[in-house]
Design a protein around this ligand. Structure first.
Ligand code: UDP
Ligand code: MG
Length: 330
């Protein structure tokens, strides 16, 4: 059970936004209504709020966030100085969720079912520090996205990374789980891989993933590959071990080949097999280059980690001053 769940906790909903001007008004309304409904039923405190993190958008997302935070007491905004990616934007939001007892992170595009937030809060009140939003079905994702995502989850599992299947970054964290996450100081960060390492009691809430209501995915193929690489290199050294294993297997094959060559020589058989020599050279050359690339990837990560550069910079903050609570409908 978690330490002491607050009876009416202050909830912060953190929403990273990158060029989401088309969907922002809808997102603001839908999440605002959810917040109000939960405050009205005294599930959460009236000081609960939405925190939109603008990840260096070049459309008018920030102008909209800024206007909303001036207009509504329950809206706060954070503007990063430039585009740092979803994970960095999310972390920045988590770090700035001041005063919140619980924090829910959700994408701006409303693909995740916002009604699951209430279930997450109830799971927190029942004693869980971490509540994972798990996609019960991915029918609305393209076949390609489904296949690549599920293959990736399976690959990570095969490499020994504990990760909740079909869970992305829609989750609830209690304050102490958030604080624990903040203690992970690495730059090469893959949040959904770290959360299970934190421990604390956890639960799952299942929901059906919807289609994007407006705008297009901000995760093109190259960003998906980058996130997958980030996930693998930050969570496991299995690829390095596979290189050792490959080296071991090739060494055994080489010993067998040497024995075969020697037997041929002793038996006086004429030397033959130019093709097999060339094939072996290319094969081993290829494996070596690939291995160097994998090792290089890890060395690159060490290089970046040693610099300890900040993950993001805040350019502007809106709505963080003393606020009046959301007026409840009574
Ligand atoms: N996002 C972000 N920075 C980026 C890319 C995406 O903050 O560089 C946000 C985006 O605005 C959205 C969330 O991350 O709120 C998930 O992105 P998206 O919905 O485009 O990803 P998909 O659902 O297609 O995987
Ligand atoms: Mg999406």
């Amino acid at each position: 059970m978690n330490a002491q769940p607050c009876s009416t906790p202050c909830l912060a909903i953190v929403v990273p936004c990158y060029n989401e001007s088309e969907i922002f008004p809808l997102c603001l309304t839908e999440l605002g209504e959810r917040l109000r409904a939960m405050a009205d039923s005294r599930l959460i405190g009236p000081e609960s709020y939405l925190l939109f993190v603008d990840d260096g958008s070049w459309d008018d997302t920030w102008a909209q966030i800024s206007a909303a935070s001036t207009q509504y007491a329950h809206v706060r905004g954070l503007k990063l100085s430039c585009n740092k990616g979803h994970q960095a934007a999310l972390l920045s939001g988590l770090a700035h969720a001041d005063g919140a007892d619980i924090i829910v992170s959700i994408d701006a595009d409303l693909q995740d079912d916002t009604s699951a937030i209430e279930k997450m809060v109830r799971a927190y009140l029942a004693g869980h520090d971490v509540v994972y939003g798990v996609r019960a079905s991915r029918q609305t994702d393209t076949a390609f996205k489904r296949l690549t995502a599920e293959t990736f989850y399976r690959l990570m599992k095969a490499m020994g990374v504990r990760q909740v299947f079909n869970h992305a970054d829609f989750r609830l964290l209690s304050r102490r789980a958030r604080d624990a996450l903040m203690e992970y100081r690495e730059r090469n960060i893959y949040i959904r891989g770290l959360i299970p390492l934190i421990g604390f009691p956890s639960a799952e809430v299942h929901y059906d993933r919807k289609e994007r209501t407006a705008g297009v995915s901000k995760y093109p193929l190259h960003k998906m590959i980058a996130l997958a690489l980030e996930g693998i290199t930050s969570m496991t050294v299995t690829p390095l071990r596979l290189i050792t294993l490959a080296g071991f297997c090739i060494s055994i094959i080489s010993v067998l080949a040497i024995i075969a060559v020697l037997i041929n020589k002793i038996a006086g058989n004429p030397i033959q097999g130019w093709a097999s020599v060339i094939v072996a050279i290319f094969f081993i050359g290829g494996i070596q280059m690939l291995s160097l690339g994998i090792i290089g990837e890890y060395i690159g990560k060490i290089y970046l980690e040693t610099k300890q550069r900040p993950r993001s910079h805040i350019e502007e903050k809106e709505g963080f001053a003393e606020r009046t609570p959301i007026p409840t409908r009574e």
